[in-house]
Design a protein around this ligand. Structure first.
Ligand code: NAP
Ligand code: ZN
Ligand code: ZN
Length: 347
C-alpha cells in the first residue's frame, strides 16, 4: 500500500484535520497521480455535513483533481510518467451495462464508484478523494490534460466544468440563444464562460449585487438581481435555457416563469430539501424541467479539450489545506470567486 497524506473529517460536525490514507499498489491498468491541486465543490460541503444522508466517515472529499503521473502499470496506454492528468467524480464503474457502454458511467446500473464517500466496485473498499497528495486510479477513469494549461484553474473543470458543459451541449446551445445562469459560484461561473464561448447571449441571475462586474468580465451580457422581485416580471418568458446552480432551497416556479414558450430549465444544484412545483409552471408554456449529473468520461475529455482549445479555465483562489473549513464557511456565504482550490503541497 502507498501511504498518502490527506485531510479528512471524522463526522458531519468535526473540522478538517490531517489524516493518513493508504492508496492501493499500482496495478496493471492503474495510474498513480501526484496531486497538484484539488478544487472544493459545494457537493463536498453537502456530503461532509451529511446533507444528502448516507455519508460515511472518515471522509476525504475532493473530485476536482489534477496532477502529474508518477507511475503507470504495465498495461497502461493512455498516459505515461510525467504527463498531466485529472480525475473527476468517478474512479470506476461496471463498464459493461448499457449506461457504461453509452459513455454515461455516472448512471452505471451497478452504481459507479464515486471518487469519495463511496466504495470501489467491490462495494467494500472505501474511496477517498483529492484532498490528498496522491491517488491511484484505473486509466479508464483518468483524463488527459494538455501541457501548458494553468493547472490550478483546470482542476475545477473536472466537476464544475463538465457539469455545466454537458447540459449546454445537450440543449444544443448555439449562437444567439438566450441562456440564463442562476447562481454565480463554482458551477455558475463555468456555465457563464462556456455558454458565452458557444455564442449564447448570457444573463447572470444572482443574489449578489457585488458580483455584477465579475459576471460581465466572465462573459455575461446582462445581469439581474433575483433578490429584486421585479426581475422575474421584467424577464418573464425570456430564456431558451436556464441553468440553475443554486445550492440552497428556492422557488423553482418563479424561475420557470422566465423560460420562453417551449424552453427549458435544467437543475444542477442539489439543495438538501425538495422543492414544490406547480404543474402550471410547465404547462403554461410547454416548458421542460430537466436535470443533469456531471458527465461521462468521454464527454469530460471532450470538455477538457474544448477548454484547452478555447483557453477556458476556472477563476480560482488557491488555499492551503489548513484553510478548508474557512473556505467552506465562505462558500456558504456565497463569498467565493469563483472556486477554492487546495494546493496539495500544503497537506
Ligand atoms: P457554490 O460555488 O457555492 O455556488 C452556489 C451559488 O448559488 C452561490 O454562489 C450563490 O450565487 C447561489 N446561492 C447560494 N445560496 C443561495 C440562496 N439561498 N438563494 C439563491 N441563490 C443562492 O456551489 P457550486 O459548487 O457551484 O455547486 C452548486 C450546487 O450544484 C450544489 O448544490 C452542488 O452540490 C451541486 N452540484 C451538482 C452537480 C451535478 O452533477 N448536478 C455537480 C457539482 C455540484 P449568487 O451569489 O450569485 O447568488
Ligand atoms: Zn462537484
Ligand atoms: Zn455500468
Amino acid at each position: 500500500m502507498i501511504a498518502t497524506k490527506a485531510y479528512a473529517v471524522q463526522s458531519p460536525k468535526s473540522p478538517f484535520a490531517p489524516f493518513e490514507i493508504a492508496r492501493r499498489e499500482v496495478g496493471e491498468h492503474d495510474v498513480l497521480i501526484e496531486i497538484a491541486y484539488c478544487g472544493i465543490c459545494h457537493s463536498d460541503v453537502h456530503q461532509v455535513r451529511n446533507e444528502w444522508g448516507g455519508s460515511s466517515y472518515p471522509m476525504v472529499p475532493g473530485h476536482e483533481i489534477v496532477g502529474r503521473v508518477a507511475r503507470v502499470g504495465k498495461g497502461v496506454a493512455k498516459l505515461k510518467q510525467g504527463d498531466l492528468a485529472g480525475v473527476g467524480c468517478m474512479v470506476d464503474s461496471c463498464r459493461v451495462c448499457e449506461s457504461c457502454r453509452r459513455d454515461l458511467e455516472q448512471f452505471c446500473e451497478r452504481g459507479a464508484a464515486m471518487t469519495y464517500n463511496g466504495t470501489e466496485m467491490d462495494r467494500k473498499t472505501p474511496t477517498y478523494g483529492g484532498y490528498s497528495s496522491q491517488v491511484v486510479v484505473d486509466e479508464r477513469f483518468t483524463l488527459k490534460i494538455a501541457p501548458g494549461v494553468d493547472l490550478a484553474g483546470t482542476a475545477p473543470l473536472l466537476c464544475a466544468g463538465i457539469t455545466t458543459y454537458s447540459p449546454l451541449r445537450r440543449w444544443r446551445t448555439k449562437k444567439g440563444d438566450r441562456v440564463a445562469v442562476v447562481g454565480l459560484g463554482g458551477l455558475g461561473h463555468m456555465a457563464v464562460k462556456l455558454a458565452a464561448s458557444m455564442g449564447a447571449e448570457v444573463t447572470m441571475l444572482s443574489t449578489s449585487r457585488s458580483k455584477e462586474a465579475d459576471a460581465r468580465r466572465l462573459g455575461a451580457h446582462a445581469f439581474a438581481l433575483t433578490s429584486d422581485d421585479s426581475t422575474f416580471k421584467k424577464l418573464a418568458g425570456r430564456f431558451d435555457l436556464i441553468v440553475d446552480s443554486i445550492s440552497a432551497p428556492h422557488d423553482l416556479n418563479k424561475y420557470l416563469g422566465m423560460v420562453r414558450i417551449g424552453g427549458a430549465m435544467v437543475l444542477l444544484g442539489v439543495p438538501p430539501t425538495p422543492a414544490p412545483l406547480h404543474a402550471f409552471s410547465l404547462i403554461g408554456g410547454n416548458r421542460s424541467l430537466g436535470g443533469s449529473l456531471i458527465g461521462g468520461i468521454a464527454e469530460t475529455q471532450e470538455m477538457l479539450d474544448y477548454c484547452a482549445q478555447h483557453e477556458i479555465v476556472s477563476d480560482v483562489e488557491v488555499v492551503p489545506a489548513g484553510k478548508i473549513d474557512e473556505a467552506y464557511e465562505r462558500m456558504l456565504r456565497s463569498d467565493v470567486r469563483y472556486r477554492f482550490v487546495i494546493d496539495a503541497k500544503t497537506l
